[in-house]
Design a protein around this ligand. Structure first.
Ligand SMILES: [Zn+2]
Length: 291
C-alpha cells in the first residue's frame, strides 16, 4: 500500500510516500520523495490547512497514494482523529478534527498521531534493540520524550514522559508550558538557534569556537534529559530529531557520561523522516487512544 505521510511541525511539513504493509518491518518500508514545505503557521489556521492539503495532494498526484498518515504537533485523540490540544505553534489546531477534514477532502483512509509519539515509534521499531523498553528523545522545535515498551503497539505501549518540561534553570527562559527554564528551552533546535543567534545549526556545530556557550548549554541540558530518561529504569535511550544527524557534537556529548551509561545511548537513524514514517507504521500496526 502506498501511504502519503506528512509530519506537521511548527516550522515545516515533512512529507514522503511510504510503500508498506501491515506487519512489515519498518526498515523494509520503501520511502520516496522525502522533502519539506513551510507550515505557514504565522499566517494562521487556514494557511496551515492549505499547506497540509497541498502537501498531501502532491504526494497523491505523484505516487498514487491510497491512504494518508499524519503526524502532528499537539495532543491527538487517535480514535476520534481530533487534535485535542496544540500550543500557539499551530494556531487553530486545538479542537481541529483533522482526520475528518482530510478524509472529506481526499476520500481516503486517514490516521493521525502525535509527532513525538510517531517519531519514537519509528526509531523504536527500526532499532535492533526494539525488544526492550527504551526512551526516545526527539530534538525538534521542542524536546519530545517517549517511553516505549516492547510488544504490541498500542496506547499503553507509549508514554509521554514530558522530560522537556523538567526544570533545567530556575531563573531561565520562560517556556510555552507556563514554567521557566524547562530543559527544552536549552536542548532543542529552536533553543540552539536562540542561544547561538544563528539559524543554520550545521554551521553552529562546525564552529565550536564561535558558539561555545550555546553548544555547551545544549549538551548540558540534553545530558540532564538523558539521565532523567534512564531513571525510568530503561536499558537504552535513543536520541533523535534533525539535530541528532548533525555531526560535531555527539562525541563530546557521549563523553559526559560514564561508559556504562554511554554504551546504552543510541543515536536515532531516521532524522527528520521519523515522524512521517512513525505515522505510517502506527496507522498500519497500532491501536492508540490519546497521545
Ligand atoms: Zn516547559
Amino acid at each position: 500500500m502506498k501511504i502519503a505521510c506528512i509530519d506537521i511541525g511548527g516550522t515545516s511539513i515533512k512529507r514522503l510516500c511510504a510503500t508498506a504493509e501491515k506487519g512489515m518491518k519498518l526498515a523494509d518500508y520503501r520511502v520516496e520523495g522525502f522533502d519539506s514545505a513551510p507550515t505557514r503557521a504565522a499566517e494562521g489556521f487556514e494557511a496551515i490547512r492549505s499547506a497540509v492539503f497541498d502537501s498531501i495532494s502532491a504526494l497523491i498526484d505523484t505516487y498514487g497514494c491510497e491512504a494518508i498518515a499524519i503526524s502532528t504537533a499537539g495532543t491527538v485523540d487517535w480514535d476520534r482523529g481530533v487534535v485535542t490540544f496544540a500550543t500557539a505553534a499551530l494556531p487553530g489546531f486545538t479542537g481541529y478534527d483533522i482526520v475528518s477534514d482530510v478524509k472529506a477532502k481526499f476520500g481516503l483512509p486517514v490516521r493521525a498521531i502525535n509527532d513525538a509519539t510517531a517519531a519514537a515509534v519509528a526509531e523504536h521499531y527500526i532499532d535492533k534493540f526494539s525488544r526492550q523498553s527504551e526512551v526516545v528523545l526527539t530534538i525538534g522545535t521542542g524536546l519530545g520524550s517517549a517511553l516505549i515498551r516492547p510488544g504490541k503497539l498500542c496506547a499503553e505501549s507509549v508514554t509521554d514522559l514530558h522530560i522537556g518540561h523538567v526544570c533545567f534553570d530556575e531563573e531561565g527562559v520562560p517556556c510555552k508550558c507556563g514554567k521557566r527554564g524547562c530543559i527544552e528551552q536549552y536542548a532543542s533546535a529552536s533553543a540552539l538557534r536562540r542561544m547561538s543567534g544563528e539559524d543554520d545549526l550545521d554551521k553552529v556545530f562546525n564552529d565550536y569556537c564561535s558558539y561555545p556557550t550555546a553548544i555547551e548549554t545544549f549538551i548540558k541540558a540534553l545530558v540532564k534529559a538523558v539521565k532523567l530518561a534512564f531513571e525510568t529504569g530503561v536499558k537504552r535511550v535513543v536520541v533523535g530529531g534533525g539535530v541528532a544527524e548533525i555531526k560535531g557534537w555527539w562525541g563530546g556529548f557521549l563523553g559526559k557520561f560514564p561508559y556504562e551509561m554511554s554504551s546504552r545511548i543510541g543515536r536515532a537513524q531516521l532524522g527528520n523522516r521519523a515522524g512521517a514514517l512513525g505515522a505510517a507504521y502506527a496507522a498500519l500496526n497500532g491501536q492508540f487512544k490519546n497521545q
